[in-house]
Design a protein around this ligand. Structure first.
Ligand code: IMP
Ligand code: MG
Length: 185
């Protein structure tokens, strides 16, 4: 059996850098939402590791939940359909919702899921988006990002929840993967 980091080229963001930045984000979010009923909504599965650390850096009463969205294939992208595979278990009515993503790349997932619109239609008080990583060079469609951990260049990154073909989510850092192994981007 190989190791968890087999095939990773180099470390892009160390465990320490991530920890520091997540702490800063938590403070910023706590200051912005003071006195509000915050509901943190993670998009499965990539955001789970980030969300787990982020909520512990937000010193406010809050709850969290997850949604799952179908990842698009080539045909889905052109048909413009992204399905909600798992909905929230809790009500968003009257609550301030913070959507948490691992990475915003083309923007299609956030845009085509209509997640923010969906939350508003259900009577939430506000919706904001927090992403650990932003890859703006690959953006195809504009999506509003309210909190961003790091802006990254156009590398395929793995670790800290992000996967390549179901692997590497358990790395404590964010690494760049060997491009020869990853042609689909
Ligand atoms: P978008 O719909 O193109 O913005 O892509 C968002 C989703 O694609 C993310 O939630 C990830 O699951 C995946 N993704 C995009 N870029 C990367 C990457 O560099 N590493 C791992 N997953 C990625
Ligand atoms: Mg994802």
């Amino acid at each position: 059996m190989g190791r968890a980091d087999a095939g990773v080229d180099r470390v892009l963001l160390s465990e320490e850098r991530i920890r520091e930045r997540v702490r800063e984000l938590g403070k910023e979010i706590a200051a912005d939402y003071e006195g509000k009923p915050l509901l943190v909504v993670g998009i499965l599965k990539g955001s789970a590791v980030f969300l787990a650390d982020l909520i512990r850096a937000i010193d406010l009463p809050l709850d969290y939940d997850f949604v799952a969205i179908s990842s698009y294939g080539a045909d889905t992208r052109s048909s413009g359909v992204v399905r909600l595979l798992k909905d929230l278990d809790v009500s968003v009515k009257g609550r301030d919702v913070l959507i948490v993503e691992d990475i915003v790349d083309t923007g299609w997932t956030l845009r085509l899921s209509y997640l923010a619109e969906n939350m508003r239609a259900r009577g939430c008080r506000s919706v904001k988006v927090c992403t650990l990583l932003d890859k703006p060079s690959r953006r195809k469609i504009d999506v509003g990002i309210d909190y961003c951990g790091f802006v990254v260049e156009d590398y395929f990154v793995v670790g800290y929840g992000l996967d390549y073909d179901g692997l590497y989510r358990n790395l404590a850092y964010i690494g760049v993967i060997d491009p020869n192994k990853c042609r689909s981007g």
